[in-house]
Write a protein that binds this ligand. Structure first.
Ligand code: NCD
Length: 343
């Protein structure tokens, strides 16, 4: 490959005609529009997403200490490895600090303190931003209602994980795929999985009803773990091309991205729900049938659905997914915390 060809290869596909790209100034000073709380993926429009991606690209190369003397407080009522660490890395790389408040060690555990009082206290004490992970899908809304500072949904029950959706989309874009023509399979437990919900909402923003282009989604799951009806209806209304199937093999060679997911066993007491998922396990044999440039993503943690043998294949994208995640979260924090322009 020549040097020029390599350079061209590494270029990201255009998201907008060049003249419509926001400038750094636009991005950081409240345009396209100021961002307060991050509650759900569908709150972002295509311009917001492009602004975040533009900023994330820049933050890969530029130092930016917008969080100097600012504290991100993590309120965790559920286990987290990647999301907690990723938010922490992002805040530290922007010059900020992080205070983790895990529910089991907080006054919410046994002293009966409410989410509302916890969030109000943290904002009164000077947190710059609060990231909240809670198995109760309503907690993030209760937090946003009382918080004087921005709150970010870091995972709400089985409903949403908007920052994971954003980093997933950023990873797809950075891997060189055109979002307007992307074809993606979401595989596994689509009923209880929250990352696939948020990613699906975000992909719907890339439908162009004028010229009839847009991403194609293959939803691959057993019937009883299909994606929730309200979201499938939303995708239908937005004009997203959706195919549902329970046969992974039949679509493996049709997609650019295979987005594999874990059985969310902790979300239900009925163990039988997650039996019979073996047809949804990836294998080297299945991977060898994928398109030449196609890639595999997974929000992690993984169980048997993504055997370690896949890690060595050129299709593996889940390690880069985590590193793009830090950049995307840096962009999000910078966007939220940037001083608003007087205009
Ligand atoms: C996911 C989550 O917590 O929803 N993980 C993550 O945030 N990276 C996926 C999962 O737990 O299966």
């Amino acid at each position: 490959m020549t040097k020029n060809a390599r350079r061209k290869d590494r270029r990201h596909p255009p998201l907008l005609p060049e003249k419509n790209y926001p400038t750094t100034n636009d991005v950081l000073h409240g345009r396209p529009r100021a961002l307060k709380h991050v509650l759900q993926a569908q709150q972002f429009d295509r311009h917001d997403i492009i602004a975040l991606f533009t900023l994330a690209n820049r933050l890969e190369r530029e130092e930016y200490d917008i969080m100097r003397r600012k504290v991100l407080v993590w309120v965790g009522d559920e286990e987290s490895s990647r999301t907690y660490t990723s938010f922490s890395m992002a805040a530290l790389r922007l010059g900020g600090s992080v205070i983790p408040l895990w529910r089991s060690l907080s006054s919410m555990a046994k002293k009966g303190e409410s989410v509302e009082d916890t969030i109000s206290s943290l904002s009164a004490m000077g947190a710059a931003v609060i990231a909240l992970r809670d198995p109760d899908e309503h907690a993030i809304w209760r937090a946003a209602l009382v918080s004087q500072v921005p709150v970010i949904n870091a995972g709400s029950g089985s409903i949403q994980h908007p920052t994971q959706g954003l980093l997933d989309l950023y990873t797809i874009y950075r891997a060189g795929f055109e979002l307007r023509t992307l074809s993606i399979a979401m595989v596994g437990d689509l009923l209880y999985g929250r990352t696939t919900n948020s990613l699906a909402y975000l992909l719907s923003k890339f439908v162009d009803n004028v010229n009839g282009s847009g991403p194609t989604l293959y939803l691959v799951s057993p019937d009883h773990l299909r994606m929730k009806g309200d979201l499938r209806y939303y995708l239908h209304e937005k004009g997203v091309c959706v195919h549902e199937t329970n046969d992974l093999e039949s679509i493996i060679d049709k997609v650019d991205i295979v987005y594999q997911t874990r059985a969310q066993k902790e979300r239900t007491d009925d163990a039988s729900v997650h039996q019979g998922l073996s047809p949804y396990i990836l294998s080297n044999k299945l991977v060898s049938r994928m398109r030449h440039r196609a890639r595999i993503m997974h929000p992690l943690p993984r169980n048997e659905e993504l055997p370690r043998e896949i890690d060595g294949t050129p299709q593996q994208l889940y390690l880069e997914q985590m590193s793009y995640g830090v950049l995307l979260r840096m962009a999000l924090l910078a966007h939220i915390l940037a001083p608003k322009s007087a205009a």
